[in-house]
Design a binder for this molecule. Structure first.
Ligand SMILES: Cc1cc2nc3c(=O)[nH]c(=O)nc-3n(C[C@H](O)[C@H](O)[C@H](O)COP(=O)(O)O)c2cc1C
Length: 278
């Protein structure tokens, strides 16, 4: 058991947000298969401001997915504050997460996602605005930096903590890498050493051995699994069980995710989102 703010989390495995995939059904299945924490796909602050019906539907939660985080993206402190108040008043999410890692062009053009890594002052104001308008813990999901020449994850994370973030999730790639190359645990370790709030390590976890290495190399408080959860529905259950048993070594994660994901995975909608985001 560990905590993000006042929220208790039963194990140290989180299911990462995946746009077009992390809906309430997927999230509750992630819980059923062992994730201690689940995060929604990203929700636009501007779309909530304009009362977009589909976006409001994305804020729905179901009883068996708690604790869950709803993830906002945006960079305008005014509409992010509004969105935070909206989620607090109209949903029973346990945590509000802020996307500061998405590298997709349309999100960057909207000055959101990893665009904020280059604009730490605005990111600070965004976290503060969200925090000031909710009684729920607030988390930030970020990348290592914009590119190899601008690795600012440690100082950025410290600033987010000062703004009020209750935990930081770090994907060990830069924005420029998109999903290419490999995720570097060293950047996650740098963040863990820099902040006092819990750090969730993310990137390229496909096996229990990968999860074990992430814990050992970074000292992170929890690991977050994205693409492997989607492709292999047992990722969280086997990791959680192994973590609990403290024997993460040399165990291949079993394939458990398939049944819940076979259907959405094969749909054009999911494939469209995959190519848009990956
Ligand atoms: C199809 C797809 C959709 C994603 N959508 C989101 C999202 O909505 N919010 C977010 O913060 N990250 C998003 N990500 C990034 C993942 O949460 C995660 O950080 C990344 O895939 C690295 O973790 P992994 O190697 O375990 O997949 C997305 C990634 C993919 C592949």
């Amino acid at each position: 058991m560990w905590n993000i703010g006042s929220v208790s989390i039963k194990n140290r495995i989180a299911a990462a947000p995946l746009a077009g995939i992390s809906n309430p059904v997927y999230r509750s299945m992630c819980h059923a298969y062992g994730a201690g924490l689940v995060v929604s796909e990203m929700i636009s602050d501007k779309a909530l401001h304009y009362e977009n019906k589909k976006t409001k539907e994305m804020c729905a939660t179901v009883p068996d997915e708690h604790p869950c985080a709803l993830q906002l993206f945006g960079s305008d402190p005014v509409t992010m504050a509004e969105a935070s108040a909206y989620l607090t008043e109209h949903t029973d999410c346990d945590i509000i997460d802020i996307n500061m890692g998405c590298p997709v062009t349309k999100v960057i053009k909207a000055h959101s996602g990893s665009w904020l890594l280059q604009h730490p002052d605005i990111a600070y104001d965004v976290v503060k605005a969200v925090k000031d308008n909710t009684n729920r813990p607030v988390t930030v999901k970020m990348r290592a930096g914009w590119d190899m020449q601008h690795i600012n994850c440690a100082e950025f994370a410290v600033l987010m903590q000062e703004a009020g973030a209750d935990a930081i999730a770090v994907h060990g790639r830069t924005k420029s890498q998109m999903y290419n190359g490999t995720s570097n645990n060293e950047y996650i370790r740098m963040v863990k050493e820099a902040v006092t709030v819990p750090v969730i390590g993310n990137g390229d976890i496909h096996t229990v051995e990968d999860a074990r290495r992430m814990f050992e190399e970074t000292g992170c408080d929890a690991v977050m699994i994205g693409r492997d959860c989607w492709a292999d529905r047992t990722s969280c259950s086997s990791s959680a069980a192994q973590w609990k048993a403290k024997s993460l070594r040399n165990r291949r994660m079993k394939n458990v995710w398939t049944w819940c994901l076979t259907m959405p995975r094969s749909s054009a909608r999911i494939r469209g989102n995959m190519s848009a985001c990956a």
